[in-house]
Design a protein. Structure first.
Length: 458
C-alpha cells in the first residue's frame, strides 16, 4: 500500500458530517432528479463534487479577513491583492472578479464573436460555455496521450503543437481573438503541462500575433509537477517557476477558489492597457468597481494571502501525495483511472467500468449516482452529460472520447480514513458492475446542462 503523507498542518476546528441511511439517500436522489448538484450538502457524507471553494482556509487567511477594508473604491485590501498577483504573475494590469467564470465571461464578451475559434489544450465547462454562448467555437488540441487512460506519461496535459500550428493555418487568424492553455488540464484528468510545452504554445501564438491567455486556476500544482518532473527545474522554487510560465503569456484568468484556497474569488490579468480599459468598463457593468470586482474587502485579503500559501512546497507535496494515495489505492482495487494520478482529483474511467452502458445512457452519470446511493459520496460526471453537444454544421451529436467521473479532493479537508472509505465503496460498485443501469435526461438547458439537468434511471 502506498505511504500516506503526513499532513503539514494540525486540525484546529472540525465540522460534523453524517452518513444518511440508504433509504434517506434514495429519497434524496429521487427528489434531486438524480443530479448530484441538486443534493442538499447535509445529505452528503464525503463531498468530492469539486475542489473549487471547498478547501479549509488557514489561520493566516482568517486573520487577514478581519483586516478587510470594505471601502468601495481604492481599498487597501485591493493593493494587498495587487502585490501578490504582481509578485506571482507579473502582469501590470488586473481586475478582481467574484470567480473564474466571471473573468471568462468578461473576456469572451469583449473578444469572442460568432466567427471566433478559440484553441486550447482542453477547455473546461464554463470556459467552453462562455465561448459557445457568443457563437464561438472552443477547440481542444490536447496531445493524443491524454486519451490513453493507463499511460504513465509525465505531462499528459500538453497541447499538441503540430495540431495547434495546423489549426491556425486552417483558420483565418483574424477569427482567433486569443488562444489559451489550461494548467493543470482539468478536463483531461488534472494532468500537468510542461514548461517546454507552454513555451512552445507561446511561440506559436505569438508568431501569428495571437494574444496568449493562461487559465491559471491550478497553476501552483502545475508548477510543483514541473519542479518534480521536468529537467532543469528541480532547484527552482514554485514561485520562480510561476514567474517563468506567466512571462510567456499576454494574460491569465483564474478561479482562485482552487489553488488560492479561498471560498470565493478570481481575477483577470493582462499586459495590454487598452484591453484593460475595456475590461474595467465591462467589469463595472457586470461585477463592480475595478478595485473590488464583486468581492468584499475581506475576500480580497483572504485571496492575497491564499495565493502565496498555495505555492508553499510543503503543502503542495502533501496535496499531490494525498491525491496520489487515493489514486493508487483505487487502482489496487481494480478500478481504472486516468494515470498517473493528477494534482487535484482522481478521474475514474466510468466507460470501462460500465461497458454495458452506452454513451447515450451516460455511464459517468450512472457511476456518480451509484457512489452516492452506495456510500453517500458526491462526485461529478465528466463525460457525455457535461460535454456531448450537437455539431453546429451537421446537427449530429458529438460525444467526448472518455466517460469519466471526477473525485475532486478539497484542500486540507479530508483524512486518510476518508480516502480509504471512498476506495471501499468504489470496489463494491466495480465488483457488482452489471447490476447498474444507465439514465435518461428528463430536463436540460442548452448550455452547462450538468448543473441543473434532471434524470431518471432506465
Amino acid at each position: 500500500m502506498p505511504n500516506h503523507p503526513a499532513e503539514p498542518f494540525r486540525i484546529k476546528m472540525v465540522e460534523p458530517i453524517r452518513l444518511p441511511q440508504r433509504e434517506e439517500r434514495e429519497a434524496a436522489m429521487k427528489k434531486a432528479g438524480y443530479n448530484l448538484f441538486s443534493l442538499p450538502a447535509e445529505e452528503v457524507f464525503i463531498d468530492l463534487l469539486t475542489d473549487s471553494g471547498t478547501g479549509a482556509m488557514s489561520q493566516h487567511q482568517w486573520a487577514a479577513i478581519m483586516e478587510g477594508d470594505e471601502s468601495y473604491a481604492g481599498a487597501r485590501s485591493f493593493y494587498h491583492l495587487k502585490e501578490s498577483i504582481q509578485k506571482i504573475f507579473g502582469f501590470p494590469y488586473f481586475v478582481p472578479t467574484h470567480q473564474g467564470r466571471a473573468a471568462e465571461n468578461i473576456l469572451a464578451a469583449l473578444l469572442v464573436k460568432p466567427t471566433s475559434a478559440i484553441p486550447s489544450n482542453m477547455h473546461f465547462d464554463t470556459t467552453e460555455a462562455n465561448i459557445r454562448a457568443r457563437g464561438g467555437r472552443p477547440t481542444n488540441l490536447v496531445n493524443d496521450k491524454a486519451f490513453e487512460v493507463g499511460l504513465r506519461a509525465p505531462f499528459k496535459g500538453n497541447m499538441d503543437l503540430q495540431k495547434l500550428e495546423e489549426f491556425i493555418q486552417a483558420t483565418k487568424v483574424e477569427n482567433i481573438p486569443f488562444g489559451s492553455i489550461t494548467i493543470t488540464n482539468n478536463a483531461g484528468g488534472g494532468q500537468p503541462v510542461s514548461y517546454e510545452n507552454i513555451k512552445g504554445v507561446s511561440e506559436i501564438y505569438h508568431k501569428y500575433n495571437i494574444p496568449f491567455f493562461i487559465d491559471a486556476c491550478r497553476f501552483a500544482e502545475n508548477c510543483y509537477f514541473i519542479k518534480q518532473r521536468e529537467a532543469g527545474f528541480a532547484d527552482k522554487s514554485t514561485l520562480q517557476i510561476a514567474n517563468e510560465i506567466f512571462a510567456l503569456a499576454d494574460g491569465a484568468w483564474m478561479s482562485s477558489k482552487k489553488d488560492a484556497i479561498v471560498n470565493i474569488g478570481g481575477f483577470l490579468a493582462m499586459r495590454d492597457e487598452k484591453l484593460y480599459q475595456a475590461v474595467c468598463n465591462e467589469l463595472i457593468l457586470r461585477e463592480g468597481f475595478p478595485t473590488y470586482g464583486g468581492l468584499a474587502g475581506r475576500d480580497l485579503e483572504a485571496l492575497a494571502a491564499g495565493l502565496m500559501e498555495g505555492l508553499d512546497e510543503n503543502y503542495l507535496d502533501y496535496r499531490l501525495k494525498q491525491t496520489g494515495y487515493l489514486g493508487e489505492r483505487i487502482l489496487e482495487a481494480g478500478v481504472p483511472i486516468i494515470e498517473p494520478p493528477g494534482g487535484h482529483a482522481i478521474y475514474i474511467d466510468a466507460g470501462s467500468i460500465f461497458k454495458h452502458i452506452p454513451q447515450s445512457e451516460f455511464p459517468g452519470q450512472a457511476l456518480s449516482a451509484a457512489l452516492y446511493l452506495e456510500g453517500g459520496i458526491r462526485s461529478v460526471e465528466i463525460g457525455s452529460v457535461m460535454f456531448a453537444h450537437k455539431d453546429p454544421d451537421s446537427g449530429q451529436m458529438v460525444y467526448p472520447q472518455l466517460e469519466l467521473v471526477r473525485l475532486a479532493i478539497p484542500r486540507r479537508v479530508y483524512t486518510q480514513s476518508h480516502m480509504d472509505y471512498v476506495v471501499e465503496i468504489l470496489k463494491k460498485i466495480a465488483d457488482n458492475r452489471q447490476a447498474y443501469r444507465g439514465y435518461r435526461i428528463t430536463y436540460a438547458p442548452e448550455l452547462l446542462r450538468h448543473f441543473t439537468a434532471r434524470f431518471e434511471p432506465l
